[in-house]
Design a protein around this ligand. Structure first.
Ligand code: UN1
Length: 495
């Protein structure tokens, strides 16, 4: 019998009130059920919000350095459980062990960063325009945060949101993706073991239309932090607008890597293979377009196709595997439908282009790493986010045209240029419209202590990561203390 899991509300493990459940299966072997989870609804979210609201009144008063001490314990526990968490994650969402270890490491980095932020959370002191008067601006917690996360980074993304939220003194109602509820459950267990008081973090499992909607439209939720598709992000923006919540949206990407004719081509090749086919292309930072200088186009394509055909698909738990499966059936269907679109649009299929059904692959959602050449910037495969192992290659004549092509998208998350010419690199840094630009580095691999997020329809202007995420999870309060003993009227008595 597969193991049964529960929601965690107000410090207790509980079933969904309706008693309904859903199954979570291994994408590399769909016969294997990872666990049975509660299919919750609005009534469960109501309970969780009530608990988070009540817990907020105490939690906000705990000194931030003390909250930081708990975060350090969380980091230590994540270190201790890193391998077990990585294996669990590979089993529920498919990416290779090397990458799931990295995913847990991102959570560890975020925990230790949050721990040290407990002793910073810097405010400002500024001079007042009046004598004997003190002026400062301090950060205060906001309240209950609704955290809604995707399946592609089941540990890193929840920790990017939950850790700064609680370090800042907020409490949390967390809805993880239905494809990765197990990793999320273990994260909650770790938070509890580290000493997070009951009610501070609550988890409610279930789908977006029921649980997600109930959170984003809830009158007693103050903040929403969401990572996922641009389509859902727009819906959340609408459903949260009646109560004027503060909302952070990290959405789609159509990231490109540029390779100039002066680049180290072997380095650029390693970069694009990792950026396009790492995580089976299922990252919002994935390299989905490759823009090649016309002088090296043919040579680079030969190198790229050759190496791509050698990538080994398989169960991510096996050391021999380079690329794991797509996360589920619908994701693989989306990939297949874009491959059809690419062919209809007249792009040339030079690698992959079909489900993979070899040895050990017949019960998983495997799709061959796929490359289209002769892609025009106007084609749908050059414009729309695919979220799978499909790379569209476009030709350009110089750095200016490459940047123009790179910018010709509604998204603006990550970007990359390979060149040995420092002048071209700085032109790219200046002119690329994206939240992240890499030079001689692929489009994936952001570090936890730098701002993470994008421009245009990739988001709504907020940043996760580093010090910047604390701007989202705290409110500024301006404080004036007059010690003159008399009424001093600003803008009047001093002029
Ligand atoms: C995502 O795909 O949503 O920069 C996050 C990266 C990872 C995070 C990706 N550190 O690729």
């Amino acid at each position: 019998m597969p193991q049964k899991f529960q929601n965690f509300i107000n410090g207790k493990w509980v079933d969904a009130k309706s008693g309904r459940t859903f199954e979570n299966r291994n994408p590399a072997n769909w016969d294997e059920v990872v666990g049975i989870f509660p299919k919750s609804g609005k009534e469960d979210v109501d309970e969780a919000v009530k608990a988070a609201r009540a817990a907020f009144e105490k939690w906000r008063l705990m000194p931030a350095p003390k909250r930081g001490d708990i975060m350090r314990k969380v980091g230590d526990l994540l270190v201790a459980h890193k391998e077990e968490l990585a294996r669990e994650m590979t089993r529920e969402m498919g990416k290779v062990l090397l990458e799931t270890r990295g995913d847990v490491q991102e959570g560890i980095d975020t925990a230790y960063y949050a721990s040290s932020e407990g002793r910073r959370l810097f405010g400002h002191t500024v001079p007042s325009e009046l004598p004997n008067k003190f002026a400062m601006a301090i950060r205060v917690p906001i309240g209950v945060a609704g955290i809604i996360t995707p399946w592609n980074f089941p540990m890193a993304i929840p920790t990017w949101k939950i850790f700064p939220a609680i370090l800042s003194g907020n409490t949390v109602v967390f809805k993880p993706a239905t494809d990765t509820p197990k990793t999320a459950t273990t994260l909650i267990e770790i938070l509890m073991e580290a000493g997070i008081p009951e009610g501070v973090v609550n988890i409610v499992h279930g789908g977006g239309s029921e649980v997600g909607n109930a959170i984003t439209s809830h009158p007693d939720v103050d903040l929403i932090s969401f990572t996922g598709s641009t389509l859902v992000g727009k819906q959340i923006s609408k459903s949260s607008s009646d109560t004027l919540k503060r909302v952070s949206l990290e959405l789609g990407g159509k990231n490109a890597q540029i390779v100039m004719d002066d680049a180290d081509l072997d380095l650029a090749l390693d970069g694009v293979l990792w950026g396009a086919f790492g995580t089976t292309g299922q990252r919002c930072t994935a390299t989905s377009r490759l823009i090649l200088h016309e002088k090296i186009y043919d040579k680079f394509m030969t190198m790229l196709v050759d190496r791509t055909k050698k990538l080994r698909l398989g169960d991510g738990l096996l050391q021999s595997t380079d690329v794991g499966p797509c996360v589920n059936e619908s994701q693989r269907k989306t990939v297949a439908s874009y491959v059809e679109i690419g062919q209809q649009e007249g792009a040339t299929l030079v690698a992959g282009g079909a489900d993979a059904n070899g040895d050990g692959l017949s019960k998983g959602w495997f799709y061959q790493p796929t490359i289209f050449s002769d892609v025009k910037p106007t084609m749908r495969i050059a414009k729309e986010e695919i979220f799978g192992p499909v790379l569209s290659v476009i030709r350009a004549k110089d750095v200016e045209e490459s940047i123009r092509i790179l910018n010709d998208t509604i998204y603006g998350l990550s970007s990359s240029i390979y060149t040995r010419d420092v002048n071209k690199a700085f032109v790219a840094i200046r002119d690329i419209k994206a939240g992240i630009t890499y030079v001689n580095v692929p489009t994936i691999g952001a570090e936890a202590h730098l701002p993470f997020g994008g421009v245009k329809q990739t988001g709504n202007g907020h940043r996760e990561g580093g010090w910047t995420v604390y701007d989202f999870f705290t409110e500024w309060k301006a404080v004036y203390v007059d010690y003159s003993g008399k009424l001093q009227r600003a803008q009047i008595d001093n002029y």
